[in-house]
Design a protein. Structure first.
Length: 210
């Protein structure tokens, strides 16, 4: 029987995706599966509007309805509660970041071997407001700090890296992906942090198929 393949889509600026990471890593340890990690850069303003606040939380400018504000505030409240249970820190970003540069950094690290040290530190520092994921030099520095040869990153970023990033996003959407965390299990789509249990059930069932 062919080995089950799981494709996991994430975005560094998604708190729900952040909460799903360690449990997703455990899938590889608990089941005989290959998990492919791919970035999916969300277009947050298209469905939640956009806003920027200062360090005190005062809104500097916004393009967001009252309904969207309620959704955003609840999402961060919900994620902070769960993060506290796990010993994680989630501080809401003061603006909507373009995470594609950090995502291309992940693809660059992945090409050179183990992407996980980079992946984990980007998530942790971003949600502590300690990392500017839009700054190519900062991303390059994190790559180097995590033991990746970052000398070619700045050349890779606008060329091959950007093309690969855009191709992955287009292919994800062609398969129905619209948000993160998402999982494709042999082509079947599961979306949301709470759906990891359904992914586990699917993998457990397949483990006992003849």
């Amino acid at each position: 029987m062919a080995r089950t393949k799981v494709t996991h889509y994430f975005d560094y600026k998604s708190p729900y995706a952040y909460l799903a990471q360690e449990e997703t890593f455990r899938l590889q340890d608990e089941f005989d599966v290959e998990v492919e990690w791919l970035p999916y850069t969300l277009d947050v303003p298209s469905y939640l509007g956009a806003a920027e606040v200062d360090e005190t939380g005062r809104v500097l400018h916004e393009a967001r309805t009252a309904h969207q504000w309620r959704r955003v505030r609840y999402a961060y409240l919900d994620c902070r509660r769960e993060a506290t249970r796990r010993g994680l820190i989630i501080k809401g970003p003061r603006k909507i970041f373009d995470s594609s540069i950090a995502h291309i950094g992940m693809l660059y690290a992945k090409r050179q071997g183990d992407f996980r040290p980079y992946h984990r530190v980007v998530y942790e520092r971003f949600w502590k407001r300690e990392l500017d994921i839009e700054n190519p030099l900062v991303v390059q520095q994190v790559l180097a700090e995590m033991g990746v040869d970052a000398s070619g990153f700045l050349a890779y970023l606008p060329s091959e890296g950007r093309r690969e990033h855009d191709r992955i996003r287009a292919e994800a959407e062609a398969q129905g992906v619209f948000g993160v965390p998402s999982y494709l299990v042999n082509g079947d789509l599961f979306w949301g942090n709470e759906r990891i249990e359904r992914v586990r059930e699917r993998l457990a069932t397949r483990a006992y198929e003849p």
